[in-house]
Ligand binder design. Structure first.
Ligand code: TYM
Length: 331
């Protein structure tokens, strides 16, 4: 088995992109690996978060992950700030990474937009903290969506530079695990934008706590085009919205895109969309209902997170202490 690490921001409700790009695979990877899943509250505050809301979203997010199949007893589920190793390692990595590396990060450019200067310094060095998250556990396998690819490359750059600067073979290469289908789920209303929590309109995303009728509605009103569905993959070229819906269906129905097109090729979108909505509802309903059940006992969720933080610390502490020693700090 491998040591697996991944994280998610506890802001808003996870959507279908988070689920298909990451969470679903986290659940599967629990078989045969040692998994560490982190609610990255320190990353969350790189943009403003209302404290009361942040606290309740950490609990809610933990419940959703458990409902989706993350097992906090056999594996580790915790919130980042509860393990101080992240901050300590993050600082050291701020001093390893170069400003030029930060300037190349496309996610920062996307998030900061034109008004770069008005954003927090934390948002700028966000990827260094992410590298710290992973390397603090010497994790080698990181299941994420496509949008995190560049951050994983940076993680390896930091690991390499650290090894080189301190002349020690300390960090191993980190392997990203990016799914072949649905690594980048697109906005239902605009197939050129990724599905995102920060999009002001909820119509473009399906959230894991959406009610059945809300899911059906969002799919019915999802953008498509006027052509029938193609019978072959080539026919999806330049049809962003159609491609997105077909990929989602493929994953939901556990089929290949080819199989889906063989079934629906030549048909219009309305019948396909209603099948898609049904598949989504069948999948999401149990997660939603289990989340509600779990949220009735908040103390239990807090207890799971506390236990997770304890187990995480036990792994992280010796590694971060070693790094501090390598760097020359006195304990
Ligand atoms: P976050 O919270 O934005 O997203 C959590 C996971 O969901 C994936 N994802 C998507 N996958 C497919 N289609 C989409 N539209 C989509 N949107 C999001 C993300 O790729 C991610 O895997 N920086 C990270 C959190 C993080 C982390 C880490 C991840 C912090 N430290 C260490 C791995 C390892 C983030 O903001 O994810």
């Amino acid at each position: 088995g491998k040591r697996v690490f991944s994280g998610i921001q506890p802001t808003g409700i996870p959507h279908l992109g988070n689920y298909l790009g990451a969470i679903r695979h986290w659940v599967d990877m629990q078989q045969g690996n040692e998994c560490i899943f982190c609610l990255v509250d320190m990353h969350a505050i790189t943009v403003w978060q209302d404290p009361i809301q942040l606290r309740s979203q950490i609990i809610e997010q933990a419940a959703i992950l458990m409902a989706a199949g993350i097992d906090p007893q056999k594996h580790i589920l915790f919130n980042q700030s509860a393990v101080s190793a992240h901050a300590r390692m993050g600082w050291i990595f701020n001093c390893v990474a170069r400003i030029g590396w930060m300037n190349r990060m496309t996610q920062f450019k996307d998030k900061a937009g034109k008004n770069r200067e008005a954003h927090s310094a934390g948002l700028y060095v966000y990827p260094n903290l992410m590298a710290a998250d992973i390397l603090t556990y010497q994790a080698t396998c990181v299941p994420v969506g496509e949008d995190q690819r560049q951050h994983l490359e940076l993680t390896n750059d930091i690991a390499q530079k650290f090894n080189h600067d301190y002349q020690i073979d300390f960090f191993q290469e980190v392997q990203g695990l990016i799914p072949a289908t649905s690594a980048r789920v697109m906005n239902l209303r605009d197939g050129s934008k990724k599905m995102s929590k920060s999009d002001p309109s909820e119509q473009g995303r399906i959230e894991l706590l959406d009610e059945d009728d809300v899911i059906a509605n969002k799919i019915r009103r999802a953008k498509s085009d006027s052509e029938p569905l193609p019978s072959e993959v080539e026919g999806l070229e330049n049809r962003l919205e159609a491609s997105n819906l077909v990929s989602i269906y493929a994953v939901m129905a556990n089929q290949s895109v080819d199989q889906v097109l063989r079934q629906f090729g030549g048909q219009g979108f309305s019948g396909f969309k209603s099948e898609l909505a049904d598949a989504l509802i069948q999948h999401i309903r149990p997660i939603r209902e289990e989340t509600k059940r779990l949220l009735a006992d908040e103390a239990h969720i807090r207890e799971m997170l506390r236990m997770g933080a304890k187990k995480a610390s036990a792994i992280a502490e010796p590694i971060v202490s070693k790094v501090e020693e390598i760097v020359g700090f006195i304990k």
